[in-house]
Design a protein. Structure first.
Length: 376
């Protein structure tokens, strides 16, 4: 993408820009992986449930993965009857379950008590499953670990004594942003060890998300695992990438609105904030910045415009110090940024743009004061 030209085309900032060409490339690579392994591909829309992205993805995937009634309804609106919709969540509510069962083709119950309470209310066409917690942790940071101690995510595999007759599938998820398949191999090996021939009673296995497929060079371990599950147990195998599809396709364009020295350090104030990319604050991450240069002579602390003292993106080096009016671009923010963004302090949400395959840019959504006022 020509960011110099892009910056000039944006009327105002902050702006969230989705590059549809990158999404297309990610999906094309996943299609090849699907072809080689015969797995089934879902888009986990919680990463970015933008309507234009979902419409683009639906021509590549076998369906969508959702986590709530609203996500399920949106998925149904986009897919109609052109794919499956899988749901798993600790938050299944009895007063919403009828609508969820009408929208979703596959329901993975998060606990045995959830299953016992709700499964009789499902439709006959629903394929019912359990989410399992394999009790295998692969992250040193428990904030990213679905199998952390006292996890709320899934049935403890050690407590599972058998599978009910109407259970058609299992759902497992053990990683976050992994760039190899070692965790997948160990997780599946444990399932085989613990469940053995019980796996032959099932129709499908959902291996969840958390793998950044476009950053993995050798896919043969994945292909081997899927083929073994299919040939040995007769299972359809689903994967549900989210960040792997949209993470590197999103950009946050911001403008410098102030610059000053604080305790001897240069501060550059932006017209965005961590409230437009909350994971920066939640996980104390320093997002990638297009204009940064690790060999640059100048350093500055990039800070947001809200009154939160910890509204800080991080310290960056530059060849030329950013000045008031300059536009800067945060990269790799396609997943879990716009969906979590908020209007703290009354600052507006970013405008949302798409760049298509002809490199043309179009405005998708724009919030106004009336949207803010309606919320409150």
């Amino acid at each position: 993408m020509d960011f110099d030209a892009l910056k000039d085309q944006l009327a105002t900032t902050p702006a969230f820009v989705v590059d549809e060409n990158i999404i297309h490339a990610n999906l094309t690579e996943l299609l090849e992986l699907k072809k080689q392994s015969a797995c089934r591909l879902l888009y986990s829309i919680k990463a970015l449930p933008l309507k234009s992205v979902m419409k683009l993805a639906k021509d590549y995937v076998d369906g969508f993965s959702v986590s709530s009634l609203f996500e399920a309804r949106l998925a149904k609106e986009i897919l109609l009857d052109q794919g499956s919709i899988h749901i798993t969540t600790p938050g299944l509510r009895e007063d919403e379950f009828k609508q969820i069962s009408e929208c979703c083709s596959h329901i993975s119950f998060n606990s045995l008590s959830q299953y016992q309470r709700l499964h009789n209310q499902s439709n006959k066409q629903n394929s019912l499953a359990l989410r399992l917690n394999p009790k295998m942790s692969f992250s040193a940071d428990i904030r990213f670990d679905p199998c952390r101690p006292h996890s709320k995510l899934g049935v403890d595999i050690e407590s599972l004594t058998g599978l009910a007759e109407n259970i058609a599938g299992l759902h497992v998820h053990t990683v976050f942003s992994n760039t190899n398949y070692q965790a997948l191999e160990k997780t599946v090996a444990l399932l085989e060890q613990k469940l053995g021939d019980q796996l032959k009673q099932l129709q499908w296995l959902n291996l969840g998300g958390g793998y950044l497929y476009h950053q993995i060079n050798n896919h043969q371990p994945f292909i081997d695992v899927v083929k073994r599950l299919k040939t040995r147990y007769g299972l359809d195998v689903f994967i549900e990438p989210g960040k792997a599809i949209v993470g590197n396709a999103g950009f946050l364009v911001t403008s410098v609105i102030d610059s000053f020295i604080s305790d001897g350090k240069q501060l550059t104030v932006l017209d965005t904030s961590v409230n437009h990319n909350p994971e920066v604050f939640e996980y104390q991450k320093t997002p990638e910045l297009l204009e940064a240069d690790p060999l640059g002579e100048y350093t500055s602390l990039l800070v947001g415009s809200s009154c939160l003292a910890g509204d800080v993106f991080g310290e960056y080096r530059f060849k030329v110090m950013p000045r008031v009016g300059d536009r800067l671009v945060f990269t790799q923010v396609g997943a879990y940024s716009l969906i979590k963004a908020n209007r703290f302090n009354g600052y507006n949400l970013p405008d949302v743009y798409a760049v298509d395959n002809s490199r043309a840019i179009s405005l998708l959504t724009q919030s106004t004061y009336q949207d803010y006022r309606k919320q409150w």
